[in-house]
Design a protein around this ligand. Structure first.
Ligand SMILES: O=P(O)(O)OC[C@H](O)CO
Length: 417
């Protein structure tokens, strides 16, 4: 059989599910074999692939997180566009088969999809229903606004039901990128970067500064606990250990949460400030897509195309969605999950979808497309951390993040125009 390599970033339960799914493909036919290889977190996997490309040792398939999209789209010589790959190898690839939020995020200015959608997520709120009960709160009524959340968290810490109210993974993704979309507030000009490489970051506004200042104040009274920069590595463990009653994480944390939580878990949407007009708008996606990399044989690309087609089959995609908490990225996988009674049997499993489809997306809530955003996101979480340590105010940190980020955007624009 023709063998191809797939570098991915799925650890823990997600990694096991991914490997099982790949093995199912390998067993389903005799012509091709896909070898998945875990390469660390999303940033590590991407950095490793860039180094491998330079050495001529790149894999056939690379999983890249959503914030790497702008960078990958500009790496023209390195990428075999997904729509071309599928067409060249006689595999169907109908963009309309995918959810509009996914298509909108990943198409280029000509409306073509350069990578293959696979695992799209959105951040949701996980909460400990047992702790809510112990604190005298109604576990069926999770807080919907930031004001109500701070109040509930205070009730929880005052009652001693838990030491901390809430924590977050991916601070930039949750407390800036999705936060802004939910409030219909821009991250930058040119439709958050979708309109061109000359976009500028503009998220240093009162709303974001106020929220970061609030996080700092809440941290002072244990309503909030900083879970670390980047992907917020300390947050999920604090939730499992029942230190923090609420946790903001990817919908795809569901697999690990179900595996690790020894308490009754509740699921809710991201909160919003109810004095902001237009909120709640809608959430934006995260997760990753699959990129075919150049430098391999036609026979091997036929294997990649066949595998991509397999991954988007309704049964395969529905199973991936149901087991992991990633969104069902095709309309058919969503329909099938409904028919199978999945949402009725698993309360909370539809929260991510409801949040994505709350309202038709605006220019501010379609997503983001900035070059160098992997590095910019690191700067954002560093600046947010400076608020948490008391080094900077929300206003100073957002100003600095925008200024430093814009420098990287200009570097990217210069290198790619
Ligand atoms: O953990 P994931 O795969 O849902 O991804 C979360 C973020 O979107 C990564 O950028």
């Amino acid at each position: 059989a023709t063998e191809v390599q797939w570098w991915h970033a799925m650890g823990g339960q997600l990694g096991t599910i991914l490997e099982d799914m790949t093995e199912d493909f390998n067993q389903s036919q005799d012509d091709y074999r896909v070898n998945p290889s875990f390469r660390g977190n999303y940033s590590e996997t991407m950095t490793g692939a860039i180094a491998a490309f330079r050495a001529g040792e790149q894999p056939h398939i690379l999983q890249v997180f959503e914030v790497g999209t702008g960078t990958m789209m500009s790496a023209e010589g390195a990428v075999y566009p997904a729509y071309e790959l599928m067409e060249d190898h006689g595999q169907p690839f109908d963009e309309d088969a995918f959810l509009p939020a996914v298509v909108g995020y990943y198409t280029d200015t000509q409306g073509n999809m350069l990578s293959f959608p696979f695992n799209s997520s959105t951040p949701i709120m996980y909460y400990n229903r047992d702790v809510f009960k112990a604190a005298g709160l109604d576990p069926d009524k999770p807080p919907a606004t930031w004001q109500a959340l701070a109040k509930a968290a205070t009730t929880i810490t005052n009652s001693g039901a838990a030491e901390c109210g809430f924590t977050t993974s991916w601070p930039s993704w949750v407390m800036l990128e999705n936060f802004s979309a939910m409030h219909n507030s821009p991250l930058g000009t040119r439709q958050n970067g979708f309109g061109g490489l000359d976009a500028k970051l503009t998220f240093n506004n009162d709303l974001v500064a106020r929220h970061w200042d609030n996080l700092k104040t809440w941290q002072g009274s244990n309503v909030f606990q900083w879970g670390g920069p980047g992907d917020g590595p300390d947050s999920e463990p604090m939730f499992y250990a029942q230190e923090c009653a609420m946790f903001f994480g990817s919908s795809s944390s569901r697999a690990d949460v179900i595996e690790n939580a020894s308490f009754d878990v509740g699921y809710a949407m991201q909160p919003y400030y109810d004095d902001v007009e237009g909120a709640p708008q809608n959430a934006i996606i995260g997760g990753a897509t699959l990129w075919a990399l150049r430098g391999h044989t036609d026979k091997e690309y036929a294997a990649v195309a066949a595998f991509f087609d397999y991954l988007s089959q309704p049964e395969v995609q529905a199973e991936w969605h149901q087991k992991t908490g990633y969104l069902p990225i095709t309309q058919e996988a969503w329909e099938l999950s409904k028919e199978q009674g999945f949402y009725e049997e698993n309360p909370g499993a539809s929260i991510a979808l409801e949040q994505m489809t709350l309202n038709p997306p605006t220019e501010n809530s379609k997503g983001l497309r900035f070059g160098n955003f992997v590095q910019i996101r690191a700067i954002i979480s560093e600046e947010m951390e400076a608020v948490m340590t008391g080094e900077k105010t929300g206003e100073e940190a957002t100003d600095d993040a925008v200024q430093r980020g814009n420098r990287l955007l200009r570097d990217f624009e210069d290198a790619n125009s």
